[in-house]
Write a protein that binds this ligand. Sequence first.
Ligand code: NAD
Length: 468
Amino acid sequence: MTDVALIINGQRREAPSTFGVVNPATGEVHAQAPECTPELLDEAFAAAAAAQPAWRKDEAARREALKAAANAMMAAADTIGPVLTAEQGKPLASAKMECFAMGYWFNYYADLEIPRQVIQDDKRAYAEVVRRPMGVVAAITPWNFPLVLAAWKIGPALLAGNTMVLKPSPYTPRATLMMAEVLSQVLPAGVLNAVSGGDELGKWMTSHPTPRKISFTGSVNTGRHVYASAAPDLKRVTLELGGNDAAILLDDVDPAAIAEKLYQGAFDNSGQICSAIKRVYAPESIYDEVVDALAARVSMARVGNGMDEGVELGPIQNKPQFERVKGLVADALSGGAIPATGGRPMEGPGYFFEPTVLVGAVEGSRIVDEEQFGPALPVMKYRDVDEAISRANATNFGLSGSVWSNDIERAGAVAEQLECGTAWVNAHVALGPHQPFGGFKTSGVGIENGPWGLEGFTELQVQYRARK
Ligand code: NAD
């Protein structure tokens, strides 16, 4: 038995069995979640398909429902926030912020115009390009931001007139099921269904005949499987995948002045952000100052159980990821890198790793070439800016990047040369519902957020009316 349930056709549904959910701050199973069976998944897709014809008909009702969904999520922050912290590890304030962010995203979509464009209006014809819903969407999310990343999918998919079956990561299923239960109070039955289970549940979803669209956020490797699984039915896909973002500092920056922003860009959510800073390139002339300023800030970070007051960084979310970060740092150290701060797992229970800044790490080492997705950051030295740009771009990832300078124009000219979906100047992880987000190269297929994200949940249709 478990307190959370699958949400199918607006109803709580028990599953025949449950699986344990670990609290990463303790390393112990703290709760259970329902294990969805193939039969229950069929029911979820059937409910979504049955709800769609009525849902797609009334745009005004959809907008009203999205507004109600926004209010419901914001009102539920105190209830869902602690559940998210317990399973994900993040500080309680950040967990509650996720609920508010869902509200923010839903409100944005409630007001977003669904584009129509007249392309011909003459004697021969009136022709318009319109956007039609796809049908049922299968949505799959990772464990770093289970709620807000679901909102990136639910908001536009529902506005466009689709219905959905949503699956969270098996590491963080409970907050999502609670969220779907809250939303079931304000959405018609079957519009949003939520199921939980292991990775195989994701495979059943992507190969299921009902959904016409798969919206996936997760790792590059799983993204490849999802893409392949969508191919036989030519299902539409959006894949938001991993990143290995570079931050390039120009020689006119004041290291102390930007240390806080660099720290947040790299270490927020304990570094478990797809578009976090994962490599820093600093010019030789200020390299030591950059390392000192960043290490000073990072060493002051308050690490602990996300439920404790004042904690800034929680644990790494799960054991395999903890082992991975530990392995990447150990590999860097054995290759000659030196910790300016941190470098080791922390004493005691849970998956805590010291926030780490590494000097002397090199391209070709795993911590630089791979996505660490954790609280460990290599800071590397460069001689001239062109070299920094080519090193930043020398990766198969292309999610985002940033350039830091007191001269915005100069930084902008460098940022334009980054091969990635978002190129920030004097910022990193600055995101919003109006701002398209997606990756170059292996960081993704398709776009989320803004009108571009909405289009990803539609089919383009030409409405052509002959006049003679
Ligand atoms: P993951 O790929 O292991 O899992 C993501 C989701 O896919 C989970 O719900 C999982 O159960 C499911 N899944 C696993 N195998 C599947 C399969 N064969 N078919 C269908 N679904 C399957 O990723 P993760 O470890 O949960 O998340 C971390 C990764 O996500 C990082 O690489 C990170 O960069 C990326 N991420 C990307 C974005 C973005 O917007 N670009 C945002 C957050 C995280």
